[in-house]
Design a protein. Sequence first.
Length: 385
Amino acid sequence: MSKLKAAVIGAGFMGRTHVEALRRLGSVEVASVAGISEAEAKSFAAAMGVEKAAASVDAILKDPEIQGVHICTPNATHFPIAMKALEAGKHVLCEKPLAMSAAEARQMKELADKKKLCHATNHNLRYYGATQQIRRMIQNGDLGEILVVQGTYSQDWLLYDTDFNWRILRKHNGPLRVVGDIGSHWMDMIQHVTGLSITKLCADLNIVHKTRKQPKVAVETFAGKTLRPEDYNTIKIDTEDFGMVMLHLGPRCRGAYTVSQVSAGCKNRFEIQIFGTKAGVIWNQERPDELWIGRRNEASSVLLKDASLYYPDAAGYVDYPGGHAEGYPDTHKMLFKRFWARVANPKSPVEYPTFADGLRGMELLEKIIESNKSRGWVDCKPGKK
Ligand SMILES: NC(=O)c1ccc[n+]([C@@H]2O[C@H](COP(=O)([O-])OP(=O)(O)OC[C@H]3O[C@@H](n4cnc5c(N)ncnc54)[C@H](O)[C@@H]3O)[C@@H](O)[C@H]2O)c1
């Protein structure tokens, strides 16, 4: 059976993650890769054992063998690469946040729809078995009416002023940093699992380091912690290290989350806490197989991931027996499997976040900027400009 052919654009942390996850599907071959330069593509292709290293993104788009591309490059490049790819007739799976603005995201969605091509925004974190189980528990009424959502996405990799990455610079990452980078995941997750929409928000953002030491050579995500004075320039910082956002989700549900890249000891502490009229749940990405279920009148419990103990729909997001950990790499596999099933057969259900979800994320991010600037609450009902 011939395999579907994918290309991965971007040779960093996400590029590697996508290549590995795609290979686990069995039905898709990573036929080509591209990077910032031909040299980067060549060394990436050699390291990952990919047959073709494209000289440029355009070379991939001209390659008739490639059916779909995965865009794993800095945020500012998502829009131009995705638009070119769609024009070239390629299906597009793009990293989050989808674009630099809602206007860009809207154009991406409109073009993908016009061309009748598959489009996905990589909100992979939806696809932990435990978070899918939470979604089914809420759909089945186990928690009752949802009253309160709380949580955080906290990291520590930008704690020191010597920590640096392209995400710190607006021109690569956009006007928001930590809220765009990881707050986008939190807001997508809470809406996905509860089925509620964020309707109002109030944000407060803080730049902890007003200046940072920018290395004279590029540093990859999560790498490089120690710099000598001769290795960096001191630059002014205008993107936030920390954010807190209060939320309304419809008439009765209220909540708040924080996002941070300066919280010592938190690596990828992505936690959601959801409390309803009957029960509550808490889930933390750093212990992804554990789902705390809280009850008022009986003992609370911890459900360790086990497909046989999950609702049948959630069990489809678990591939290994209970007690064998599944984690972050598996979430990508679960999303890509559903995206490529749709590429193979347009009658397959759309069981993955699309550009519409990415657009909704961008609209919320713009509302956060507005709220932080006005120091007040802003309406953000879906469909409201
Ligand atoms: N879904 C997730 O869990 C998750 C996690 C991390 C990052 N991301 C997203 O993935 C994207 C990439 O992040 P990363 O951490 O892999 O960054 P990275 O810095 O590790 O890698 C970026 C790669 O893109 C290449 N590149 C830059 N501009 C390019 C261009 N114009 N054409 C081709 N290649 C280009 C760089 O040379 C590098 O190889 C970002 O949008 C980020 O928000 C998502």
